[in-house]
Design a protein around this ligand. Structure first.
Ligand code: ATP
Length: 946
């Protein structure tokens, strides 16, 4: 804990030792895990406080905040008053049923909302930002929320800074602080102490929470966490994340409102009609009619839709996370379902990133280094003697190959270690590790390690496409050398000489051309190419660092590295193409390597060429727009090119998914409709910028997520179709019954019109048929081949004219079946019956419930028979079975008869009700058959996009 003496000093004033003392930490080993835990318990998590979470009881109460619920409560109250006024005996059943229904509905809504929230919270945990720290002397990544004062932060390019911290070491460290200071250029950081009054934007020896490391690396001691940080001080100014509704949610809400208004109008019409045609004698009669109107409104307005929609989206997101595609917000699910282009990196996403040096080419010729295996967790395959001999015994080539492989190993940061179990383990960039593996196989690694001592790096970036190391050569009196490796075309531009055997010669145009021809040959064989060059530094250059040293280099040679395509990538690309989605490869690699791998994977036809970053630079936006239409491989691109490609594709109306891993990819990821960040190799900044994180860095996972996204959209259409047609059935039943009461025999002994269904019955239907089946449809396994269609156009309405037609038709079938049943049971009307009103209502009520269950199976597809995959959704069967059980209870149990105004039915009557209820199924089957006959393919059902 801070020592009393230096407590008044600001961290930026302190020296390294003073910071360590003030924050009671070690700059060599960091805090101990136990101490970090203790400080975390004391200080609380390192998080900006957003609004306090709403307590559960509040959230439960908000479920009642709905005009329809108010209406019901008022209705219940009036019923109660009338019951009291009229001095009826027994319980006030209507009022009680209404209250129970209101309570149950609220509870259902609450459970749904809680589940959605939990799913969202789980995702936040999955996508949480991490920080690298040193604890107990061991480098490790911890969730940034667990950082405490005194923690030793290890910063590197692409990290997001997890807390305010005082730098104690920095190597070309540049930090992007725009989020805090508005400064758009990355700020160069240095550890030297500064006066206390230094303004925030100039406090170069501090790094701040919420900013990002744009370049370089450093170490820093955490000085403030959570609300005590600089960004915490302005946290109240920041927009707290508002859960923005997805386009789909907005559309559904709008439809809900529209339907709400329509239904209320219909209910008023129904009440007016009943009041007109029947002879209301008692207060009780009047209340019954009003109650029916209110209940009809409650039953027919799809008020639960938004909640079900969020839950279905949230569950879909959870399923995606289970398949290694972590989606951060619900909108991305929709975007995924509509994706029409996937732009993917090559290395690691389409390929396995298992790099093996296959060939080595120098000015003396080419030789196979194959058999020097990739060694992640496996054995290092030893070159047999003949192979090693081939490489080592070629006289002058010997020295070139040793320089090539050892030089490449020296100019890198990877590490190759033998684990206790004897297996070789690679740490760091696989490209760099490939050199270490090859060098070790030649058996020259020990000599290199003894001879050279690395002192500094000029780091690799995807913009530069090369990196260099400064080293001391202990066999040459401590002479300093710069050793560079990088993309051959890039590196050659920095070379003026070439190594031939033991000699160094000027690099003639012919030699340069030859080197490039060698590279082309390697690239055409799908090999990834890297060259190595070096230069002993002049004594006056010893104190210099930086890119200026990368000049007049001596070219050594080029290696060809095999990076086999992922087995599942070709399959996923085929699937994407089948689904009408274009796949575009965007890579930093050589154009020929890129084109060859793209054609091996089936992205382009053999012989297709790649467009390079340099080509893109010569194009204006109009020409680029033209080019993106036909180009599917881009090579030697820098991150800025990705941004232009996304823009051009979006301008053509595409919904673009774009992958990225480096810090400079963040802008393109943000712009894309679905920014896809790599979970393993991606930097923290990219992960923050992306809308989706691939936990396995695998291209096939993107395609799987698209499939899931399409499936979710499909399921949403299913339950919309179901809910809307069921509600339509209820409204039409009551409306038509009142209008045609005399035709149906819906009159009492004195010739007055009576109600076809009771208010409580309508509420019951709403309760048992809405949530269960609709939710079950939300997890429907894809019934047809969702990947056989073209992508949905984002402007396509979810509920289109065709769906409305289905809704009307099924609703009408439901209503007619119910009305015919009424007529069949009641004396008088078109069909002569013999049952009393209570039994007739019970039968009609049961037909309406059964009809909705049948309709649930209908709604699963717009064109396919309900019998196709009939048993594939066990949740739906469970929901229907539960509903059926409850309906039987309501019809057969005496005390429920009392509450719901029902009477027991005979077995034959039950049979009749089920048969009548099934009418909606048969009508629908006929319609679908007609559609299929007319050849309305599924692909046309969901897409208008060419
Ligand atoms: P992708 O963009 O598909 O992930 P990539 O990994 O090939 O592809 P970059 O990492 O930008 O793209 O690499 C571009 C080129 O830079 C490579 O073809 C290679 O020649 C060179 N290169 C890659 N890694 C290194 C490295 N660690 N050191 C030096 N040069 C490298």
């Amino acid at each position: 804990m801070p020592a009393a003496t230096s407590q008044s000093l600001a961290p930026c004033q302190l020296t390294e030792q003073e910071v360590a003392r003030q924050f009671d930490t070690s700059v060599d080993t960091g805090l101990s895990a136990a101490e970090a835990q203790r400080r975390l318990t004391q200080a609380g998590p390192n998080a900006l406080q957003t609004q306090a979470p709403t307590p559960s009881w509040r959230r439960l109460l908000t479920q009642f905040q709905d005009p329809l619920v108010y209406l019901l409560l008022v209705a219940a109250f009036i019923t109660l008053v009338v019951w009291a006024l009229e001095g009826r005996k027994g319980w006030p059943m209507d009022a009680l049923v209404i209250l129970v229904v209101v309570a149950l509905n609220a509870l259902l809504g609450f459970v749904q909302e809680t589940r959605s929230r939990r799913a969202a919270e789980a995702l936040i945990r999955l996508t949480g930002v991490t920080s690298a720290v040193l604890r107990d002397g061991v480098p490790q990544r911890v969730p940034s929320t667990e950082l405490v004062c005194g923690d030793l932060l290890l910063l590197s390019e692409g990290d997001s800074v997890g807390a305010d911290a005082r730098l104690i070491q920095a190597s070309v460290l540049r930090v992007q602080e725009a989020s805090l200071t508005g400064e758009s250029e990355a700020v160069l950081k240095e550890p030297a102490p500064l006066p206390a009054a230094t303004p925030l934007a100039e406090r170069c020896n501090m790094v701040f929470k919420g900013t990002a490391v744009a370049q370089g690396s450093g170490r820093a001691v955490v000085t403030a966490t959570g609300m005590a940080t600089e960004i915490g001080a302005i946290a109240h100014l920041l927009n707290t994340t508002i859960e923005e509704a997805t386009p789909l949610q907005k559309e559904v809400r709008q439809i809900g409102r529209m339907l709400g208004r329509a239904v209320v109008l219909i209910c008023i019409a129904v009440i007016a009609a009943v009041l007109l045609v029947s002879n209301i004698r008692t207060l009780h009669d009047l209340v019954s009619v009003l109650l029916l109107g209110v209940s009809l409104a409650v039953a027919a307005v799809p008020e639960g839709l938004p909640a079900i929609l969020s839950l279905v989206l949230a569950m879909g997101v959870q399923r995606m996370a289970g398949r290694k595609a972590i989606v951060k917000n619900l909108s991305s699910v929709e975007a995924l379902g509509s994706a029409s282009v996937i732009c993917s990196d090559k290395t690691g996403t389409l390929t396995r990133s298992e790099m093996t040096i296959e060939r080595a080419v120098t000015s003396s010729g080419s030789s196979r280094v194959g058999g020097v295996g990739y060694a992640p967790e496996g054995q290092l395959h030893h070159l047999d003697q003949a192979q090693a001999g081939e490489v080592l015994s070629h006289g002058p080539m010997h020295s070139e190959h040793v320089v090539l492989l050892s030089g490449g190993s020296l100019a890198g940061n990877a590490d190759l270690r033998q684990a206790p179990d004897g297996n070789w383990v690679i740490q760091g960039d696989p490209t760099e590790a490939a050199f270490l593996v090859a060098e070790r196989k030649l058996g020259v690694h020990e000599r290199r390690q003894a001879r050279f001592e690395r002192i500094a790096d000029i780091p690799f970036t995807s913009d530069r496409k090369m990196m260099s190391t400064l080293a001391i050569d202990h066999e040459h009196d401590g002479e300093r050398v710069i050793i560079a490796k990088g993309a051959p075309d890039v590196l050659l531009a920095h070379c003026t000489h070439v190594r031939v055997g033991l000699e160094v010669r000027a690099l003639s145009d012919d030699a340069r051309a030859q080197a490039l021809a060698d590279v082309n040959a390697l690239s055409d064989a799908a090999l990834r190419t890297l060259s190595v060059a070096y230069r002993p530094l002049a004594p006056d250059e010893h104190e210099q660092q930086g890119e200026a040293l990368e000049r007049d280099l001596i070219f050594v040679g080029t290696v060809g590295i095999i990076d086999p395509p992922r087995a599942e990538a070709a399959q996923a690309i085929k699937e994407a193409h089948r689904a009408g989605i274009r796949v575009i490869m965007i890579t930093g690699d050589h154009p020929r390597t890129a084109a060859r791998i793209a054609s091996d994977l089936g992205i382009v036809a053999p012989g297709a060429t790649a467009l390079t970053g340099a080509d893109l630079d010569t194009m204006d936006d109009a020409r680029l727009a033209e080019a993106v239409g036909s180009t599917s491989v881009y090579a030697r691109v820098a991150p800025a090119h990705k941004l232009r490609i996304v823009k051009a594709l979006q301008a053509q109306g595409h919904v673009v998914a774009m992958t990225g891993d480096g810090v400079n990819d963040a802008p393109a990821l943000k712009l894309a409709d679905i920014g896809v960040a790599m979970g393993i190799t991606g930097t923290e900044v990219t992960k923050e910028a992306g809308q989706m994180i691939l936990a396995d860095d695998n291209f096939a996972t993107i395609v799987a997520a698209v499939r899931e996204g399409r499936n979710i959209l499909d399921n949403i259409r299913k339950f919309l179709r179901y809910l809307l047609s069921s509600n339509m059935g209820e409204v039409l039943t009551v409306l038509l019954a009142v209008v045609g009461a005399r035709v149906l025999g819906l009159i009492d002994a004195s010739g007055d019109v009576v109600l076809p269904l009771l208010a409580t019955q309508l509420l019951w239907i709403n309760l048992i048929t809405d949530s269960g089946p609709a939710l079950a449809m939300g997890v429907d396994p894809s019934s047809d081949d969702v990947m056989a269609r073209r992508p949905r156009h984002p402007s396509d309405r979810v509920i289109d004219a065709r769906m409305w037609a289905t809704v009307l038709q099924s609703g009408l079938a439901l209503a007619l079946a119910t009305l015919v049943t009424l007529d069949l049971f009641l004396p008088g009307g078109l069909l002569e019956g013999t049952q009393d009103l209570t039994t007739a209502r019970t039968a009609a009520f049961t037909v309406l419930v059964m009809g909705q269950f049948f309709n649930a199976f209908n709604a699963r597809s717009d064109t396919d028979s309900a019998f196709q995959g009939l048993f594939s959704n066990r949740w739906l069967w469970a929901a229907v079975a539960l509903g059926l059980g409850l309906q039987i209870a309501v019809v057969e149990l005496p005390w429920l008869n009392l509450a719901f105004g029902t009477a027991p039915l005979t077995l034959a009557q039950w049979g009749l009700c089920v048969a009548m209820g099934s009418a909606v199924l048969w009508v629908s089957e006929l319609r679908k058959l007609g559609l299929r006959r007319r050849g309305v393919a599924r692909s046309q059902v969901h897409s208008t996009q060419a």
